[in-house]
Design a protein around this ligand. Sequence first.
Ligand code: AP5
Ligand code: MG
Length: 184
Amino acid sequence: MRIVFIGPPGAGKGTQSANLIGHLKVPHLSTGDILRLAREEKTKVGLMAAEFIDAGRLVHDPVVVEVVGERLKQPDCQKGCLFDGFPRTLGQAESLDDYLDTNETPLDLVLALDVPENILIERLIARGRGDDNLDAIQTRFNDYQTITRPLLDYYERRGLLHEIDGTGTPEEVFDRIKAVIDNT
Ligand code: AP5
Ligand code: MG
């Protein structure tokens, strides 16, 4: 299966992806994780991405599309993949569609996690990752609303979108997700 998780910062994309990889036996492709690892390893991409991550700004599309393309070529992604935090611009979504069309491996589902902003802030401040400070969080929220949220319409037009209530415990959210997947 090929599933895209969309949701604002702190919505639970990473948490629910970690649950789902056990259920679906497909790899987890988180562009945030890939970029943070590249940063730790001080690769060219990682060094360039660092200032964007710290400020909560989106890394430029060609860079992100390139790292995803490299990951998708690896053998474990041939049977499917869980996309977490990608795509999050229209350009990224179109690049992904081109890639998947060429390889005749279409998306099965797009899961949009919906959580009110006050709960998101509480979760992020409690986690305390390097970019979980109020300035960077506000930038990430703004970009989500203006740049990423329009992808919900993009995927709804293709009949792929399922909106999931992301409040409650992680287990409750996972049960909602499984119900959608099992009905697909
Ligand atoms: P990324 O790593 O994707 O961060 P994000 O989108 O801001 O989302 P988060 O990882 O903060 O939240 P999440 O939805 O995964 O929630 P989580 O499960 O961790 O991106 C970081 C940066 O990388 C970007 O700002 C950008 O610079 C760059 N980047 C990445 N992808 C890019 C792209 N495609 N294009 C351009 N730039 C890109 O949960 C959050 C916390 O809440 C955790 O502590 C968790 O334990 C807790 N929690 C989860 N669920 C629940 C629940 N149900 N109840 C209570 N607590 C919960
Ligand atoms: Mg995450």
